[in-house]
Write a protein that binds this ligand. Structure first.
Ligand code: HEM
Length: 367
């Protein structure tokens, strides 16, 4: 995994790579020696042995992956405040050691790089949550979301992200849904937004997870809670400024034709296959596609069975929305519907990928 750097150019053809290798060896030796040294309390000293090693390893990773990182900025590790402080002192210690090794020729970028590598989420790069943050967020979501609320949590994520338009270059998943709750298409989502207000105070996730992250994570949690796939998410999405709603008129309507649906999703950057996979979210909730709290591929079997054509059964004819009904009659959508009806694992894999993509919509630099 590479580490995104603002001054990556400074590392191109970096002449000190061999010195890094010796520095690593040196620090490894130092670590082995220090591992045997005990603190006065009788515990192994925790931070000093690993700090310089961690720094050098970090910098070595930087040099090895600078090229790959340039192609597609890779996520860095999201750290809690405590971890961040510990890492900063580790980096400071390791930095001094390296500067001593490199002498006065050390480029200025050396000093700047570790600080950038450890940038907080607000700096804009995608970050992989640390285990402590993941745990705190999951615990908060578990308090806020039960199976009865799973459908609304998932729909909330789609309606926050779904304002994105590639043509206009705005909208997306930024927690602006809180300023759009009175729009007709968002009816019922106030209940969903209340989930985001679940308190993270006092947990390691406080201050490092944004409201936009929580919207994304709540949808993913809802899917998992109901038996669907696990969707690993990056964190660090910026949130919309106070009061700044995304442009209206971007959400697909339930009366849309298949062509209109495809055009709407294409403007969000989704293929037909991704649109069909995401639509499988309607397996949750009260639209009649199987158990309302079980995330499975019942949606696709129902689309193929077309129960709404059965006028003699009023209950069956209420299954699904008009925008669901048009999908199996569309030649582009039908093969994907058949595949997902036959193969739940394929649906889960494609849904997870499309959902993760959905949660990156409109996040600058994350596309
Ligand atoms: C394809 C275009 C889509 C249209 C036209 C559409 C429209 C709707 C409508 C009208 C409802 C009923 C709301 C109500 O209960 O009154 C609904 C429910 C729902 N939608 Fe969609 N939707 C679409 C795609 C999606 C996507 C992509 C997702 C998520 C990835 C999603 C997630 C949900 C969920 C989970 C519910 C159930 C909500 C509940 O029962 O509380 N929808 N949708």
């Amino acid at each position: 995994m590479g580490i995104p750097l603002r001054g990556q150019e400074a590392w191109r053809g970096f002449p000190y790579a061999p010195i890094f290798a010796s520095a690593v060896a040196l620090v490894e030796q130092q670590q082995q020696r220090q591992q045997h040294r005990r603190s006065p309390a009788g515990h192994v000293a925790e931070s000093s042995p690993s700090a310089p090693l961690r720094t050098v390893m970090l910098w070595r990773k930087v040099t090895l992956s600078a090229e790959a990182a340039e192609q597609a900025p890779a996520p860095t590790q999201l750290l809690t405040r405590r971890e961040l402080l510990r890492s900063s002192s580790a980096i400071a210690g390791g930095g001094l050691l390296l500067l001593r090794l490199l002498g006065p020729a050390a480029p200025a970028a050396l000093l700047a790089a570790p600080r950038t590598a450890m940038a907080a989420p607000a700096a804009g790069g995608p970050v992989v949550p640390s285990p402590a943050v993941t745990k705190a967020l999951d615990q908060a979501l578990a308090r806020a979301i039960n199976k009865g609320k799973a459908a609304v949590a998932l729909r909330l994520a789609f309606h926050d992200a779904g304002t994105f338009s590639a043509a206009s270059g705005d909208g997306g998943l930024n927690a602006s849904i809180q300023y759009e709750l009175d729009r007709p298409e968002n009816f019922g989502l106030k209940r969903g937004w209340r989930i985001v207000r679940e308190d993270l105070r006092g947990t390691p996730a406080e201050g490092v997870v944004t409201d936009a992250d929580i919207v994304a994570a709540a949808g993913a949690f809802a899917v998992r809670l109901c038996g669907g796939p696990s969707v690993p998410l990056l964190l660090g999405r910026p949130v919309a400024p106070p009061g700044a709603a995304d442009p209206p008129g971007r959400m697909p309507g339930e009366g849309f034709t298949a062509e209109q649906l495809k055009a709407n999703f294409a403007d969000k950057g989704f293929s037909v296959q991704e649109m069909v996979a995401l639509s499988g979210a309607h397996t949750l909730g009260s639209k009649g596609f199987g158990d309302p709290t079980t995330f499975d591929n019942a949606y696709y079997s129902a689309l193929l069975a077309r129960p709404w054509t059965n006028a003699s059964d009023p209950m069956a004819s209420m299954v699904g929305l008009p925008s669901d009904h048009v999908l199996p009659d569309d030649p582009d959508c039908l093969p994907h519907i058949r595949r997902y009806a036959d193969d739940q694992a394929a649906f889960f894999a494609d849904f997870a990928a499309a959902y993760a993509k959905m949660t990156r919509l409109g996040v600058p630099g994350w596309a």
